[in-house]
Ligand binder design. Structure first.
Ligand code: ASP
Length: 324
């Protein structure tokens, strides 16, 4: 077979004759495993915009929501490992393995790690019609209404679900949980008074707290938010729930066996995107922090997620939550 024929045969079989030097040659898709308009969606859209320049291609966001983020994650795990379909996912990457008996993917083995993106503090918020104006008043109301209190979340393994588990355990009450495909649709019901409480990342919560469309009862991370409008909101630890800590992080992933040259280009593009001043400004205005440490390295990212898996597996076990 002459060289021309070989190249044609390889091209027809789907192999690139030039290797991956030209990657990316078409738009890249970021799958978000939660509904549009929520915190994961917002960060993915900001990152997509910032990735456009370093990648020199359009970057599209696709929402594949449901089952606490596991449906979208499974979709990326089984997609072609060519770098054109990536996953933006949060803490659920580390928690789902402890909460689902039959996941069709494994963490970390089904994925390549491209770098951690951000850390987002979270808050406990309530419907605007709740009479309670502080965490202490809320606690009293919860104790008086025990079985009637309900709590929205984004499905089993989502950040809001985990935060809710920890809250119920800390307060020694069982609340009715209502699962949505993301916290964006849950926020609409919370503002409308159809549900009582929810844990939500600052990404979405701060604007609604500032507009008084929801009540804020505390920061679920270890430190108060560094925003003037939120400076007076105490952490749940300050309010007596010692050690309460739900901080949400997001990372970027490719399916396992994506070629190393493609991974290197994607990691370099992510590093460049995270230096984008508009991205940094938008994130900081909501109290989030962009990652700028060794968790931006694929190895550091993988190590961090593996540690988080161990940490959350203990929290989940202690909460008595059985795998689905
Ligand atoms: N904030 C959501 C969660 O609780 C997910 C989302 O809609 O972004 O995990």
């Amino acid at each position: 077979m002459n060289l021309k024929k070989l190249a044609l045969t390889l091209a027809l079989a789907g192999f690139s004759v030039t290797g991956h030097a030209a990657f990316p040659e078409k738009a890249v898709t970021l799958v978000v495993p939660f509904a549009a308009g929520g915190p994961s969606d917002k960060i993915a859209r900001d990152v997509a915009e910032a990735l456009r320049e370093p990648l020199g291609q359009a970057v599209i966001v696709e929402n594949v929501s449901g089952a606490g983020g596991t449906i979208g994650t499974a979709k990326v795990a089984r997609t072609a490992a060519d770098g054109y379909t990536l996953l933006v996912h949060h803490i659920g990457m580390a928690t789902a393995p402890s909460l689902y008996k039959q996941l069709s993917y494994q963490v970390p083995d089904s994925f390549e790690f491209l770098g951690l993106i951000n850390e987002a503090p979270s808050t406990l918020i309530g419907r605007p019609s709740l009479a309670a104006n502080s965490f202490d008043e809320l606690r009293q109301w919860i104790n008086e209404n025990k079985d009637k209190v309900n709590l929205a979340n984004a499905g089993v393994g989502s950040a809001s679900h985990l935060c809710g588990l920890m809250l119920q355990e800390a307060l020694k009450v069982n609340m009715t949980t209502i699962a949505y495909k993301g916290t964006a649709p849950a926020m609409i019901d919370l503002m409308g008074g159809q549900v009582d409480l929810m844990c939500e990342q600052a990404t979405n919560a701060v604007t609604q707290i500032e507009a008084k469309k929801v009540k804020s009862y505390g920061v679920t991370s270890t430190q108060r938010l560094k925003l003037p409008s939120m400076a007076a909101v105490p952490t749940l630890t300050e309010s007596g729930l010692t050690g309460f800590n739900v901080t949400v992080w997001h990372g970027l992933y490719a399916p396992r066996n994506t070629p190393p040259e493609v991974l290197a280009k994607l990691n370099a593009a992510l590093r460049s995107a995270l230096k984008n001043p508009q991205l940094i400004q938008r994130e900081e205005a909501l109290g989030l922090s962009i990652i700028n440490d060794d968790r931006l390295d694929p190895a550091g990212h993988k190590k961090y997620v593996t540690n988080e898996m161990a940490r959350w597996s203990k929290v989940i076990q202690d909460s008595g939550q059985q795998p689905n």
